[in-house]
Design a protein around this ligand. Sequence first.
Ligand SMILES: [Cu+2]
Length: 198
Amino acid sequence: MKQRHIFGDVLALLGYALLRRRAGRQVTASERSERPRLEAYYVGVLVAFAAFLVAWTAWQNQREHESAARPPVRVDVSSFLWCWAFSYPQAPERRTVSGSCRGDDLPTLVVPTGHPVQLRLTSRDVIHSLWVPHLRYKMDAFPHHVNTFTLTLDREGRWMGKCAEFCGQRHRTMHFWIKAVSPEEYDKWLQGQQGAAV
Ligand SMILES: [Cu+2]
């Protein structure tokens, strides 16, 4: 749409210039052969613009490579009657976070901000569904099957997740936390140095 707009404007301008500057109107060309200051100004603007484009491209390339260099974060999510387990295969000793989902004993799914996190979701018994209402993420968890989805959280925070598939007696308390922390804090947590959870 925008391109068409600009194209139309350019055509209109061209038509106007062609009609307006007819020979019959006695418009004479400038006698001056040089305008060094104006030319220097043009050159300066063009050089600055070219330098900006090169620098910008290099910077964006650099950023792209940095995030590509980091392996995607993987979390194996296991649902069961009536709670969740989050397992980190990339941790030194495959770290698993779980709980009972009784009272305040809710497990926390910790993820780094700004990086795609691949969740591999399955169930140990019946069908459950992982749901984070605030983030609008929902995915069913089936036994003997792995559902995969990727989420990227851009800001730090903590949100409540629930089970969205009625699964029996304690279905309504089958909650968990999802917590997004800075990549540095996530790394520390993954190494087991710090309890970013809770
Ligand atoms: Cu459930």
